[in-house]
Design a protein around this ligand. Sequence first.
Ligand SMILES: [Zn+2]
Length: 422
Amino acid sequence: MIVSRRNFLRNVIRTTSGAIVLGGNLPLLSSCINTNKTTKNLKVFIPMPVQVVIDDVGWWSGEDGSKRQEPYRTGINRNHVPADYQAIADLGRTLGIRPQAAFILCEWDKENILRQVPTSTWMGDRWDNSKWVGPWLEEAAEIIRNNQNYFELTVHGIGHEYWEGGTFTRAEWSDSNGQMRPQDQVELHLDYFEKLMNQHNLGLFPKSFVPAAFRHSFGPSEDRNISLAEILEKRGITYINTPFSSMHNKERVQYGYFGIDADVMTIDRGSDEFPWLTFPAAPTAELTRPTCGLHWPNMLHPDPERNSEVIGRWVSYLKPYHEKQDMMLAPDSVAFQHQLTHHTLTKVKPERNSIVLDFTETDKLPGIIGKRELTLKIMTDKPHKFRSDGVDIKSQSLQKGSEFLYVLNLERIAGKVTAQIR
Ligand SMILES: [Zn+2]
C-alpha cells in the first residue's frame, strides 16, 4: 500500500512542480505553489481515520431466535465463550487500536432485574436468565477489564428489539419508521444498561453508541420533542456510529461523513462488507470510508480455539490502511472523532517554505471535537526535520516501511486558529 519512491516522484512530476496538498478539502486537491526548493516535492495529508466497530457483542447464546419472538442474536450454531471476547482484545492489541464492541447485555443479568423492564426482553416481567449465569461471566468481564486500551464497550442495547404483548418490533431504541421509543422507555433501558454493567464491574458508562438494528433518526423524530442523541448526551455519550443509508432525517447531516446532533457527533458507518451471519469472514473489499463495520461472527471461528486464525485475517486486512499516506487506523474512538473532523474541515495549504493549517471551520464545532490532537502525514523525497508554530509536535517519525513518509502527531494550542509546520 505504500507508494514507492519512484511512483511518488513520477506522480509528482506528472501533477505539479511544487507542493501538492491533499486533505479532505476538495478545492485544495490540486493546489500547488511556485517552485521553491524547500517545499518542492512535498505532499501533505490529513489522513482519513478508520475505526473498527463490532456489533452484537455480549450474547451468550448464538441462536437466531427471531422466528419465535426472541432476538436475532448473532445467528451462529454454537454458544459464545470468553475466548470470543479475548478475540476482540487480541485484534486491538495486535493493531494498537481500541475496537468498539457494541454490547447487548440482557444475557449478563445475574439478578433478573430486567423483570422491571418488560419491553427489553422476550420474557417480559417473567424474565429468567438463570441459564446464562455461570463462571464465564466473570471470565469475560476480566478480559474486558484487563484490556481497557484494546477494547471499548459501546452501548448497543439490552435485548436489541422492543417487546410489547409478547412480540417484538425492530428495534430497541427506535422503530422502523425511525420514531424514537417513548422517552421514559429509552431512559429506563439506559438506566438498566448501566445497572447490568455494574453487576459485573464493567467500568464507567460508555461514551459511544450504535443504535440496535441501525434504526435511528438524526435529530428529533416524528412526535418527539427531543432527539435520542440529546438523551444520550446527558449521560455522557459523545458519539454515535450508524449507517446513514438507513438513518431517518439524514438530510439534516451537516458535514458528509458526520453530523452534529445535540452536540453528539454522528458518524456514517457506510455499508459493511459482510452480512451479520457470515461466520467466519475473510475481508478483502477496499475500505474507502472512516468506519470498518462488522458483526461479531465475522471475526470468530466455529471452533473458538481457532479464533486467532480469523483475527489474523482481519489484522492482515486492516494493517496496510495504517501505512497508507492518506489513511490511518484510529488509536481509539476519541482520536477517531478528532481526526475525522480535521480530515473533513481543517484546511491545509503550503505557504513559502511551510505548511499552514487553518482551523477556522473546525472550531465552529461544539465542545472539544477537533480542538486537541491530529495527525499529519507528509511525503517528501529527502529527509526532513519539522518544526512548528501555533501547534505542538508531540512526535514525528517515519512511517514503518516507507522511505520518506513522515507521521506527525500534533497537539493543538488553545486559542490558535492557524498553525505552521516548517
Ligand atoms: Zn445489532
